[in-house]
Design a protein around this ligand. Structure first.
Ligand SMILES: Nc1ncnc2c1ncn2[C@@H]1O[C@H](COP(=O)(O)OP(=O)(O)O)[C@@H](O)[C@H]1O
Ligand SMILES: [Mg+2]
Length: 240
């Protein structure tokens, strides 16, 4: 992947999400610097997906602001957010089972035929497990290959901000290790990565900062170095 020409981060300021009068998230403020990974941890139902969906624009926010670099995106459509550099990989992959790896990537890639082919080539370098599966349909791929394809689809336009929702869900340990190494490389190439995860040890192994949500509330936002081995962090994770 080429070094992003402009390194742009994500800023979430006091965002909250309500459904039917009940606050299910927030207010949450979080910053993701370009070239870094922020892990969002917390139990099932803590609000991780809601936070990512709010940034992607598929869940409306009740208040607060979201910026990509200096550009406010709080009030624009998900399509416009994608064009402004937000790549979202939702929970559960959501691939088109009948499309091949090549087709899946080609549909998602911007540009003319030649540019798209170049971008697909870059994705196959970043995700080598897909390289000899190009003509395989998505439903025939292993779980790990499908997840790699879902992420490749989300990042093929080289978004500045990458939202990954539980990418390791259902994957074997060795495949998880590959997945997390790849996510780290995405950040190293300049992306601001917001990673919702339940695999705490692996998330911590690649994250620069860690945010803990419990019942929709942000209860901790620390550098990873401060969190590792810290009993207060462990308590926060358990929602105490
Ligand atoms: N569309 C929705 N309508 C009502 N409640 C929702 C909706 N989506 C999520 N929730 C609720 O919001 C809370 C946070 O969910 P979610 O963000 O999916 O958590 P996580 O991703 O951390 O497991 C949960 O209590 C869930 O039931
Ligand atoms: Mg979730």
């Amino acid at each position: 992947m080429t070094e992003a020409a402009v390194r742009i981060g994500l800023t979430v300021e006091g965002v909250d999400v309500r459904f039917a009068g009940t606050t299910i998230l927030g207010p949450v403020s979080v910053k993701v610097e370009p070239g870094s990974v922020v892990a969002v941890l917390g139990a099932n139902g803590a609000g991780k997906s809601t936070l990512l969906r709010a940034v992607a624009g598929v869940t409306p926010v009740s208040s607060g602001r979201i910026y990509v670099g200096e550009t406010e995106i709080s009030d624009v459509t998900p399509e416009r957010r994608a064009a402004l550099g937000v790549g979202w990989c939702p929970e559960g992959r959501r691939l088109f089972p009948g499309l091949t790896v090549d087709e899946t990537l080609d549909v998602a890639a911007p540009g003319g035929r030649r540019e798209r082919a170049e971008r697909i080539g870059a994705m196959l370098e970043l995700f080598p497990v897909l390289a000899d599966k190009r003509r395989e349909t998505a439903w025939r791929l292993s779980g790990g290959q499908q997840q790699m394809l879902a992420i490749a689809r989300a990042v093929i336009a080289e978004p500045s901000v990458v939202l990954l929702d539980e990418p390791s869900l259902g994957l074997a340990p060795v495949v998880r290790d590959q997945m997390f190494a790849t996510i780290r490389r995405l950040a190293t190439s300049g992306a601001a990565v917001l990673l919702a995860e339940q695999d705490t040890p692996r998330a911590l192994s690649i994250a620069d900062r860690v945010v803990v949500l419990a019942r929709g509330q942000l209860i901790l936002d620390w550098p990873t170095t401060m969190a590792v081995g810290n009993p207060h962090f462990e308590q926060a994770l358990m929602g105490v």
